[in-house]
Design a protein. Structure first.
Length: 121
């Protein structure tokens, strides 16, 4: 989506537009390497706003849905969906911290479960 005045090169963007400010909107841009930023979401009441932590929601769904053991990140069809740069960055980042004999899916599951547990305490 083209945004007037923004020359950002990002993978994802969240645009939040309050009805009384249109066509102006708040832009939350981020790359695959960055966590999804928290953003303010206006509700029906004029001054009521909540903070949305979409990264936490996505991570929770990923963990509870078992996607870490369902998706083989080394499989060719999955790899084709990522750019070469991002793919190599992801694999290098994982290789730096996981044991070389541990399967990728198991490592991702353990990592996300530990992160989710740390958010509860």
């Amino acid at each position: 989506m083209a945004m007037k005045g923004y020359g950002l090169i990002t993978d994802y963007r969240i645009v939040v537009s309050q009805c009384d400010r249109r066509p102006k909107a708040d832009l939350y841009a981020f790359t695959m390497r960055e966590p999804i930023p928290e953003f303010l979401l206006p509700l029906k009441e004029p001054l009521e706003v909540i903070t949305v932590n979409l990264q936490s929601i996505v991570s929770g769904v990923y963990s509870r849905g078992g996607y870490a053991i369902r998706i083989d990140y080394r499989h060719m069809s999955t790899r084709k969906q990522m750019s070469v740069t991002v793919e190599q960055w992801v694999l290098d980042a994982i290789d730096r911290v996981k044991h070389h004999e541990q399967p990728y899916g198991a490592w991702v599951r353990e990592f996300l479960e530990a992160w989710a547990e740390s958010q509860v305490t």
